[in-house]
Design a protein around this ligand. Structure first.
Ligand code: UTP
Length: 289
């Protein structure tokens, strides 16, 4: 079964990044030379997926506009002989087929994913959170699709986190299955101190089987009155089995101020044109401050 569709929820309020996100979606904040969301769509494209389903809310139109074709701007750039720039903009609008679904109330990540049920239909699909960036040689989503081809069950991406940070994440417990892969036994959303010994935290990449939709439908609002994806995932893992995959790469929470700064440095150092000059500068900064 091919993974043809990727859901990217971007309907969250972005309160951790206020005031920057008062009028601009956090997914449109720039990392070096492009908005966060473009890196995520590029990861989807590089993973061989055919369609992106954005889950949007009020105030997120800039994201849809970013991937649209701008006839007027294209014309102006052509007239000014700025073909290279025009080409780059056209490349963005031609990246992939994108459709939007509106989440009418901010009822949580689980609800955002449930809102896409009619567009996704009865097939497995990928989920990439719109503010979670992964810097890796092989796209994280592609690594997970390769595992799905083997196990045919849902997969969550995980990373190890320090014990004093587990209460910020959904945490999984499981048995080693093969290299970097665990069969999940238990999942706890934002565990209280001492509630688990595991340090394996779920991050914003998933491959989900379509059975998740009927489970989300039955999920009662949990923490913060939101429909928690983790509650439905736990039920799905009980019914069918589920895997956790420790991806190769580094993940940045670009919806968090410190995570965003770290992402700018890492992506800046890896940038094909600016990387070398930026590395020199960073060395100087480290010596002078
Ligand atoms: P976050 O936990 O980052 O919440 O959501 P948030 O509202 O976006 O940001 P803060 O915490 O207020 O700063 C995780 C992901 O789930 C999406 C967000 O867009 C983000 O990709 N989400 C969350 C929705 O699409 N809808 C929701 O109701 C909640």
């Amino acid at each position: 079964m091919n993974i043809r569709k990727a859901v990217i929820p971007v309907a969250g309020l972005g309160t951790r990044f206020l005031p920057a996100t008062k009028a601009i979606p956090k997914e449109m904040l720039t990392i070096v030379d492009r908005p966060t969301i473009q890196y995520i769509v590029e990861e989807v494209v590089a993973s061989g997926i055919e369609q992106v389903i954005l889950v949007t809310s009020e105030g997120k139109a800039a994201i849809e506009n970013h991937f649209d074709y701008d006839f007027v701007l294209d014309n102006i750039l052509q007239k000014k002989n700025k073909e290279r720039l025009a080409e780059e903009l056209n490349h963005i609008s031609n990246l992939i087929d994108i459709v939007s679904v509106r989440q009418k109330k901010p009822l949580g990540l689980g609800h955002a994913i449930w809102s896409t049920r009619n567009v996704v239909g009865d097939e497995p699909f990928a989920v990439l959170l719109g503010d979670d960036l992964v810097l890796s040689d092989e796209p994280c989503c592609h690594q997970m699709i390769s595992l799905f081809d083997e196990v045919h069950e849902s997969i969550v991406a995980i990373q190890r986190v320090p014990k004093d940070q587990t209460s910020n994440y959904g945490i999984i417990e499981g048995q080693p299955y093969k290299k970097r892969t665990y069969k999940i036994d238990r999942m706890v959303e934002k565990p209280a101190p001492g509630a688990t010994d595991s340090d394996m935290a779920i991050i914003g990449r998933y491959i989900l089987r379509p059975e998740i939709f009927s489970l989300l439908e039955k999920t009662e609002p949990g923490h913060g009155g939101e429909i928690q994806l983790t509650d439905a995932l736990l039920e799905l893992s009980r019914q069918r089995g589920m895997y956790a995959y420790e991806f190769e790469g580094t993940r940045f929470d670009a919806g968090d101020k410190l995570g965003y700064l770290k992402a700018i440095i890492a992506f800046g150092l890896r940038h094909s044109e600016l990387g070398e000059a930026f590395r020199k500068h960073i060395k100087q900064v480290a010596e002078n401050f």
